[in-house]
Design a protein around this ligand. Structure first.
Ligand SMILES: Cc1ncc(COP(=O)(O)O)c(C=O)c1O
Length: 384
């Protein structure tokens, strides 16, 4: 089953795409090809094209094939981390003096990549609220090569209209890049909605078990896929075979995990909405969320991330994070266990003092798949 075989349902592709039983033994799980190099049959005749594991590895290929299928793309590429994937994308598509539009509440590491690394190298960037199509239009310049969005955004859970922004980017000759980390391909397939490139931190929902760091790019266009693959090898930030294997193992349950993440997040968002110590709840599944209708149009469900603003301000937000017990205080997201964090001082600390600074009273929850009543009880005691 390949990435071009889109006749199957999502869960079938998650379990089988790129993962045919191994021909020699029939092993149903792709082996971990823990090798750096391969014996060649003659000079210039590598077996099945494999010559060196930075350039190609069968375990990574299985993951790449599966990722392409899940995102309904033509080509998937796996990297050592989400930021390694982003770096290759930026350096493949952009040249010095080009410009990129990024979200005004982008993931802090993405902001840092543009502001501290790409800018030094001569790339221009500006930040726009991606929920506002007119604001994104106003931010586009003649030299804009990419409109880069997250939806939902990290950590404010704003929703961008992928179809509308794809049309806008294309009118200007730019690519629409969607960081699909928060939604996962189970909840949202940006390429189907018109985007050109999907970015993932596979560290999150795709891997799903907080045991492996990785990243991915998936594209709809073979020519761009080829250029990215060239630079994946040329710059070398590939994931190792064991990391690729762990990610692939996580992917098999992506659909069932996401449904439980969504069930639990919906219950928690509704609970927080009625809590006197919570000033506001940011969850696209709530009918009052400004992006609710767009999210309902382009997502299967609304995801496992819930943010809220503490009524007592920054001190109260920090206190809730410190008091939580079952919700583990930690960075990252998308694993089976629930996490709580204070974005202003943790994941988004690198945006402090910038236009992307996040509110101090904000708390972000990555709602896991534990028994929801236990999660509610933990929040009850942490907020008490
Ligand atoms: C939305 C988003 N994109 C990209 C990244 C970067 O991925 P990684 O940490 O795997 O490099 C993260 C990490 O938290 C993220 O949340």
């Amino acid at each position: 089953m390949t990435s071009r075989d889109h006749a199957h349902g999502f869960e079938t592709l998650a379990i089988h795409a790129g993962q045919e039983p191994e021909p020699r033994t029939g092993a149903v799980v792709p082996p971990i090809y823990q090798t750096s190099t391969y014996a060649q049959d003659a000079v210039g005749a590598p077996r099945l094209g494999y010559e060196y594991s930075r350039s190609g590895n069968p375990t990574r290929d299985a993951l790449q094939e599966c990722l392409a299928a899940l995102e309904a793309g033509r080509r998937g590429l796996a990297f050592a981390s989400g930021l390694a994937a982003e770096d290759v994308l930026v350096r493949t598509v952009c040249r010095p003096d080009d410009h990129v539009v990024i979200p005004n509440d982008a993931y802090g590491g993405t902001y840092r990549l543009f502001s501290k690394v790409a800018e030094v190298w001569g790339l221009e960037w500006s930040a726009a609220p991606v929920a506002d199509v007119d604001a994104v239009r106003a931010a586009i310049r003649p030299n804009t090569k990419m409109v880069w969005i997250e939806t939902p955004t990290n950590p404010l859970l704003s929703i961008a209209d992928i179809g509308a922004l794809a049309a806008l980017a294309h009118e200007s000759g730019a690519l629409l890049v969607v960081d699909n980390t928060f939604a996962s391909p189970y909840l949202q397939q940006p390429l189907v909605l018109g985007a050109d490139v999907v970015v993932h931190s596979t560290t999150k929902y795709v891997g799903g078990h907080s045991d492996v760091v990785g990243g991915a790019l998936v594209v709809a266009d073979d020519e761009l896929g080829g250029r990215l693959a060239y630079n994946q090898n040329a710059t070398g930030a590939v994931n190792g075979p064991f990391d690729a294997w762990l990610t692939l193992r996580g992917i098999k349950t992506l659909g069932v995990r996401m449904d439980r993440h969504c069930d639990n997040a919906e219950r928690i968002a509704s609970y927080l909405t009625h809590h006197p110590k919570v000033a506001s709840v940011l969850y696209p599944g709530l009918p009052g969320h400004p992006g609710h209708e767009v999210a309902a149009k382009q997502m299967r469900r609304f995801g496992g991330m819930v943010s809220f603003r503490a009524a007592g301000g920054e001190g109260a937000a920090i206190e809730v994070c410190n008091r939580a017990r079952l919700f583990v205080l930690g960075e990252s997201l998308g694993g089976v266990e629930s996490l709580i964090e204070h974005p202003g001082r943790m994941t988004h600390a690198s945006a402090a003092g910038s236009p992307l600074e996040v509110p101090g009273d904000l708390v972000r929850l990555s709602v896991g798949i534990e028994t929801v009543d236990d999660l509610l009880a933990d929040l009850e005691q942490a907020l008490a």
